[in-house]
Design a protein around this ligand. Structure first.
Ligand code: ASP
Length: 289
């Protein structure tokens, strides 16, 4: 019998990374990758791996998610997150949520609920009712990140052939209060379906949403390998403008990733050789091949 395969890919945002922050981006992505990979290696689920990896990224102030979230025009932190189960097509999402430490875990709690997305006060109340860990907003704002597209995302394939995708973000700095980007919207910032693959994006949310980038990737996966599928989706930004980066996995565990931003922090590992790899630009991958 063939050995079961697994794979995990995550990103720390499509952005420009200052030289002094390169190391923190690589290290943060690799720490999160290790947390998710440990679960997959021991037979854990894709959903658990995605949530675990994103929780590590949310606690790292290097990234615009959780603790490092940027502020809106009111100087407040509002976060969006979602998780999707490729086996059932269940989606759990929260948007413009405040005062929680791990938006991805609130999204996970939403996964089996009927609504796919709860926003603002409704999302916060749902989190409180389910005992989600809260954070003092003053604490969040104090450590809020500087700027850029550094949403985090993660996709995974587990040994049972289940795929999952997740995203978490503080949104775009200086946005209007209540603004919701692509990250919690299935078909825009993320998607997962066992028969095809899983995908997650970062970048200018309005452009990603207008181009339905995640939906485009899924459709392309019906006929194309993952790298061609992600490149074709990003090419749609030629029409709307905007910067983005995306990661994709197909059901065979093949990986694709691309970006039109200067940098895109990614990390990946598969059961093939279990090597943890991190890159800040696509051309680094070719240089290391
Ligand atoms: N895509 C996110 C948003 O528009 C931002 C990001 O990727 O950093 O909310």
């Amino acid at each position: 019998m063939e050995a079961a395969i697994w794979a995990l890919v995550l990103h720390g945002g499509a952005k420009e990374i200052a030289p002094e922050k390169e190391q923190a981006n690589r290290a943060g992505c690799l720490d999160a990758l290790a947390a998710g990979a440990a679960l997959l290696r021991s037979g854990g689920s894709a959903l658990d791996a995605v949530e675990a990896a994103i929780r590590v990224l949310e606690d790292d102030p290097t990234f615009n998610a959780g603790r490092g979230s940027v502020r809106n025009t009111d100087g407040e932190v509002e976060m969006d997150a979602a998780i999707m189960d490729g086996a059932t097509l269940d989606v759990g999402g929260v948007a413009a949520i405040r005062e929680v430490r791990h938006p991805i875990s609130v999204a996970r709690l939403m996964l089996r609920e009927t609504p796919t997305l709860l926003v603002a006060e409704g999302a916060r109340r749902f989190a409180a009712a389910h005992g989600a860990e809260t954070w003092d907003p003053a604490h969040l704002a104090e450590s809020a990140g500087e700027s850029g597209h550094d949403t985090v995302g993660c996709i995974a394939l587990d040994m049972r052939g289940n795929l999952a995708a997740g995203t978490s973000t503080g949104g775009l700095e200086g946005s209007l209060p209540g603004r919701v980007g692509d990250s919690p919207l299935p078909g825009c910032g993320l998607y997962a379906e066992n028969a095809l693959g899983a995908v997650a994006f970062s970048g200018d949310g309005e452009s990603i949403t207008r181009g339905m980038l995640a939906a485009r990737v899924m459709q392309s996966l019906e006929a194309q390998p993952p790298q061609a599928a992600i490149e074709a989706a990003l090419a749609r930004l030629g029409r709307t403008g905007g910067e983005a980066g995306g990661i994709v996995l197909d059901r065979a565990g093949r990986i694709g990733w691309a970006h039109n931003s200067t940098h895109f922090a990614v990390a990946m590992v598969t059961s093939e050789d279990e090597m943890l790899r991190a890159y800040l630009r696509k051309d680094e991958e070719a240089a290391h091949a």
